[in-house]
Ligand binder design. Structure first.
Ligand SMILES: NC(=O)c1ccc[n+]([C@@H]2O[C@H](COP(=O)([O-])OP(=O)(O)OC[C@H]3O[C@@H](n4cnc5c(N)ncnc54)[C@H](OP(=O)(O)O)[C@@H]3O)[C@@H](O)[C@H]2O)c1
Length: 304
C-alpha cells in the first residue's frame, strides 16, 4: 500500500493556501495538515519547531506571506517578519527535522525591466519592501536547507481573499470609474493553478526526483493590468450590471508609490517544464471559473 505524503501547509487560509489544501485534500496521495496563521505563526521559532515535532510531516509548503494586498499599517515590519524571518525559521526547522520545504516567493525580486520576462538565472534587483523581504527570505532558505523548492509566482487571483480580481469586482460595484496601469504587464495566475503545480512537484519529489532549487510559474498569456481589469469586468458582467462606467488607463511610470513599477512581472517558466514537465495553463478559463465561484460566494451572502 502506498503511504501518503504528509504535507504540512502554512498560511492555509490565504488564497494559495486554501486552493492547495483543497487540491491535496481531494487526492489520496496526500495526507494534509492545514495550518492557518492562528494555528501556526511562522515568525515564532518555538511554534514552528513544535508543529514539526507534533505533526511529523514528510513535506512542508509555505503559503504564508505578506503581499501588496495585505491590509496592515506596519507592512514593512510584517513583510520582513514573515517573508524573510518566517521563511528562514521554517527552513531551519525543516533542516533540523530533515524535511523538504516548498516556499512560495514572488516576481518582486526582479526590477520589472525585462519585457520578455525573467528566467531563474536572471539577476535579481529587489524593489521596495516586498521584493527585499522575499529576496532575503529566499537567500536564508538556500543557506540553511538543501532540500528546498522556491517557487516564484506572480499576479495571483482567486474568488476568495483580497486580490486584484476581488478588489476590481468590489470597486466596480460602488465606483463610477476605475483606474489601472497600462504600462505594467504580467501573467495572471489562478491560485488553483498554483495548487496544481505545487501538488505535481511534491508528487515527483516524493517519488524520488532530486530537483531542488528555484523555479518560476505563472499563467500563460501576457496582459497589462489595465487589460486584465477589463477582462475581469467582462467576465463579471455575465453575473451583474456594474455602477462603473469608465476604466482609466494610468501610467505606473508617473505614479509616486514605491511599489508602482512600470514594466514586466512576467516569469519565464521553461525550467519547471523541462525538469517537472509542468506546462503553463491559460488564465482565461481559470478567470471564468473563479468568477463563477465568486458569485456563488456573493449569492451565499459572503463578501470575499
Ligand atoms: N498574491 C499575489 O499576487 C502574489 C504574487 C507573488 C507572490 N505571492 C506570494 O505567494 C504566497 C501566497 O500568496 P497569497 O496571495 O495566497 O497571499 P494571501 O492570500 O494574503 O495569504 C497569505 C496567508 O499568510 C498568512 N500569514 C500572514 N502572516 C503569517 C504568519 N506570521 N504566520 C503564518 N501565516 C501567516 C495570512 O493569514 P491572515 O490572513 O490570517 O493574516 C494568509 O492566510 C505569499 O508568500 C505571497 O507573497 C503572492
Amino acid at each position: 500500500m502506498l503511504t501518503p505524503a504528509k504535507v504540512l501547509v502554512t498560511g492555509a487560509s490565504g488564497q494559495a493556501g486554501a486552493a492547495l489544501c483543497q487540491q491535496l485534500a481531494d487526492d489520496p496521495f496526500f495526507e494534509l495538515v492545514p495550518l492557518k496563521r492562528q494555528q501556526l505563526d511562522i515568525s515564532s521559532p518555538q511554534a514552528v519547531s513544535a508543529a514539526l515535532q507534533e505533526h511529523q510531516p514528510s513535506f512542508v509548503v509555505n503559503c504564508a506571506g505578506i503581499t501588496r494586498f495585505s491590509d496592515h499599517d506596519d507592512v514593512a515590519e510584517r513583510a520582513f517578519a514573515v517573508n524573510c524571518e518566517g521563511a528562514a525559521t521554517l527552513a531551519e526547522a525543516c533542516a533540523r527535522a530533515k524535511v523538504p520545504l516548498l516556499h512560495l516567493s514572488s516576481d518582486a525580486v526582479f526590477d520589472n525591466h525585462y519585457a520578455s520576462g525573467y528566467t531563474e538565472l536572471d539577476e535579481v534587483a529587489p524593489q521596495g519592501v516586498y521584493g527585499e523581504s522575499f529576496w532575503q527570505g529566499e537567500e536564508r532558505i538556500r543557506a540553511s536547507l538543501e532540500q528546498h523548492i522556491i517557487l516564484r509566482v506572480s499576479w495571483l487571483f482567486s474568488a476568495c481573499g483580497n486580490n486584484f480580481l476581488t478588489q476590481t469586482v468590489n470597486a466596480a460595484r460602488t465606483e463610477d470609474s476605475l483606474e489601472a496601469f497600462s504600462d505594467h504587464i504580467g501573467c495572471p495566475t489562478s491560485a488553483r493553478d498554483v495548487a496544481r503545480v505545487v501538488s505535481a512537484i511534491i508528487k515527483q519529489i516524493s517519488n524520488g526526483a532530486q530537483a531542488w532549487g528555484t523555479y518560476h510559474y505563472c499563467g500563460a498569456e501576457i496582459i497589462s493590468s489595465y487589460d486584465f481589469c477589463k477582462e475581469i469586468l467582462i467576465a463579471a458582467s455575465e453575473y451583474e450590471n456594474f455602477k462603473v462606467e469608465k476604466l482609466i488607463a494610468l501610467l505606473a511610470e508617473e505614479d509616486q508609490q514605491e511599489d508602482s513599477l512600470p514594466g514586466s512581472s512576467v516569469l519565464i517558466c521553461k525550467k519547471v517544464l523541462n525538469i517537472f514537465g509542468i506546462r503553463q495553463r491559460p488564465w482565461r478559463q481559470e478567470l471564468k471559473s473563479e468568477m463563477r465561484a465568486l458569485y456563488q460566494l456573493y449569492q451565499g451572502g459572503t463578501q470575499p
